[in-house]
Write a protein that binds this ligand. Structure first.
Ligand code: HC0
Ligand code: SF4
Length: 571
């Protein structure tokens, strides 16, 4: 630690940190528009500038290392003037359409700073220098409105350095800086995988998910339709954040109650179809191990990852599991199995899903994701969109009494819940596969070797005398590194779990903001606690899943299961 003086107070702060990190660590607030804890400092916005005694000019606190003996001031007149000047310049080039902006009031970092700094229209005669730029609505998941871009460049860094994709670049057009896609094409025609990580770091409303709020609102009020809603594993341990609860808090019962208040006819559980996925994918793994073909088996539930493999490793497509994701399996079962047992015309069912993921919007619209001409999933809302809808309709979320999921598609095991954490699908599969391979002798529940939010994990297990080499990756940058080795023959595995977002679904592009490494750790803890608290922790023990196979699908991998629950890929 080093001794420094911050705002006339002597303090000890960690050596090697930047001035900004050191100040935030002791709750001294410094504004920042380009700095983000998950990214490298970019020094683009300069609003984090502070005074350091002995240095004439202000210094950028995000990129200046703190040193023993420094005397730092964060709140002087000179600093205020600089911050005001920066905000005024940004506002001169920013549309004044906060009324219809998708970044809700309170979530916009620019708006919040203007409030705190008291930068108002009255104080500054803003000339509107805005040059209308094109709003890119081409993607099924992400909207880009570059009129609102403040050039912080977080999105460039996130996409390029964290996700390893590199869709965006900075350019200059007619003397004006602009962030564009690299080849100037609309987002849907680039190599974007719809992961939404850029959306999560955008400080303003320049990048946002394609809103389905209105569609959901309309559907939930339509009394002629039977509206079924599925809730993804991650939602139960993250939605609470939108209402002030700690990351990881289990709010399952309140989510069900809240969706009923919004008008859902039935509220179901994606955990149920995650358990079905284990039955189908586990069976697929056992077949491939037996035949020694198309190994490693690669998981297919993360649509960002699926698109990534289609773009970058088409030679690995035969390795990707043919299972649809739990979201799509659920939708297919809702309009077939559920419709049949309840006698509801599948044409009258609207299937809505609540997902921590922007790519799920894209996945739901993939042409092959339908059965008998009916879409598996009609509407996808992100965690943030559901929170907005609840706030909009003044649903008193925190006061709601817990309610249980509806019957038939409502039960989920602990194994399914941990799907939302990197390593969870692997662990869920191992719990069931080990049980099957040893005829019920191995009943291990906790596979600690596959847990944790590191980008890449590996484990070698021995089950029933068979060696099983597995790997788990999250974030497509890590996937790229691992699969380069797989393709070159440098690494060999039997089974690899891949999630497109850092940390897995708990860090999805539709998750609550802020979303930092530490937030994700807390979410992970919450998910594993919910798993331990569940009385059923292995997918094959899910009674609703057993009923589904006994009465409808007959067996995992059956003809009917294939028709409804499996898919194919395109390169
Ligand atoms: Fe996930 Fe899923 S676990 S992708 O991370 O497999 O989005 O939460 O819903 O589909 O179940 C997201 C989360 C899901 C799916 C499940 C899987
Ligand atoms: Fe890059 Fe993901 Fe944003 Fe697409 S959604 S531009 S892949 S960060």
């Amino acid at each position: 630690r080093v001794k420094v003086v911050i705002n006339e107070k002597e303090v000890l702060v960690p050596e090697g940190s930047t001035i900004l990190e050191a100040c935030r660590g002791i709750d001294v607030w410094i504004p920042a528009l380009c700095y983000h804890p998950d990214l490298k400092p970019g020094s683009n916005c300069k609003i984090c500038s502070v005074e350091v005694e002995g240095i004439e000019n202000l210094v950028e606190s995000c990129s200046t290392a703190i040193r023993e003996g420094m005397i730092i001031r964060t709140q002087t007149e000179k600093i205020h003037a600089k911050r005001e000047e920066i905000l005024s310049t940004i506002l001169e080039n920013h549309p004044n359409d906060c009324l219809t902006c998708m970044k809700a009031s309170g979530d916009c970092e620019l708006q919040n700073l203007c409030y705190v700094m008291d930068v108002t229209r009255e104080d500054h005669s803003f000339q509107n220098k805005i040059v209308e730029t094109y709003i890119d609505q081409s993607s099924d998941a992400i909207v880009r409105d570059m009129n609102k871009c403040i050039l912080c460049e977080r999105c460039i860094q996130m996409c390029e350095e964290v996700q390893g994709i590199g869709v965006y670049t900075l350019t200059e057009q007619d003397g004006r800086k602009l962030i564009v896609t690299k080849d100037g094409k609309p987002l849907s025609e680039t190599n974007c995988i719809n992961c939404g990580q850029c959306v999560k770091v955008c400080p303003v409303g320049a990048l946002h998910e394609k809103s389905a709020i209105h569609d959901a609102y309309k559907a939930l009020r339509d009394s002629r339709k039977h509206v079924v809603v599925q809730v993804a594993p991650a939602i139960k341990n993250t939605l609470g954040e939108e209402f002030g609860l700690a990351p990881g808090t289990d709010v399952t019962g309140k989510v069900v109650a809240a969706l009923k208040r919004l008008g859902a006819d039935k509220v179901f559980n994606t955990d149920f179809s995650a358990d079905v996925t284990i039955m189908e994918e586990g069976t697929e793994l056992l077949h491939r191990l037996e035949e020694g073909k198309n190994l490693p088996l690669l998981t297919s539930c993360s649509p960002g990852w699926v698109k990534f493999v289609e773009h970058n490793f088409p030679q690995l497509l035969p390795n990707v599991s043919s299972c649809k994701s739990p979201q799509q399996m659920f939708g297919a079962l809702a309009k077939s199995y559920y419709a049949e047992i309840t006698g509801i015309n599948p044409q009258d069912i609207i299937s809505i899903s609540i997902m921590p993921c922007t790519a799920k919007k894209f996945e739901a619209r993939r042409p092959e994701m339908e059965v008998n001409g009916l879409r598996d999933v009609d509407i996808v809302l992100t965690t943030r969109e559901l929170a907005k809808l609840l706030k909009l309709q003044q649903v008193p979320f925190l006061q709601l009494k817990d309610e249980a999921f509806d019957e038939f598609l409502g039960t989920g095991t602990g194994a399914a819940r941990i799907f939302a954490a990197s390593g969870g699908v692997m662990e869920a599969a191992l719990r069931t596969v080990a049980h099957i391979l040893t005829n019920g002798e191995i009943n291990t529940l906790d596979y600690h070797a596959v847990r944790g939010l590191e980008g890449t994990k590996e484990a070698e297990l021995e089950i029933a005398g068979k060696k099983l080499k597995v790997a788990i990756v999250n974030g497509t940058m890590h996937a790229k590194n691992l699969f380069e080795k797989v393709v070159s023959g440098e690494a060999e595995y039997h089974f690899v779990e891949v999630m497109g977002c850092p940390g897995g679904c708990l860090g999805g592009g539709g998750a609550p903001i802020p979303d930092y490494k530490q937030t994700r750790e807390q979410r992970k803890e919450g998910l594993y606690n919910s798993d331990s608290a569940n009385t059923i922790r292995r997918s094959h023990e899910n009674p609703d899943v057993q009923k589904l196979y006994d009465t409808y699908l007959t067996a995992p991998g059956s003809h009917k299961a294939h028709k409804l629950l499996h898919t194919h890929y395109t390169d």
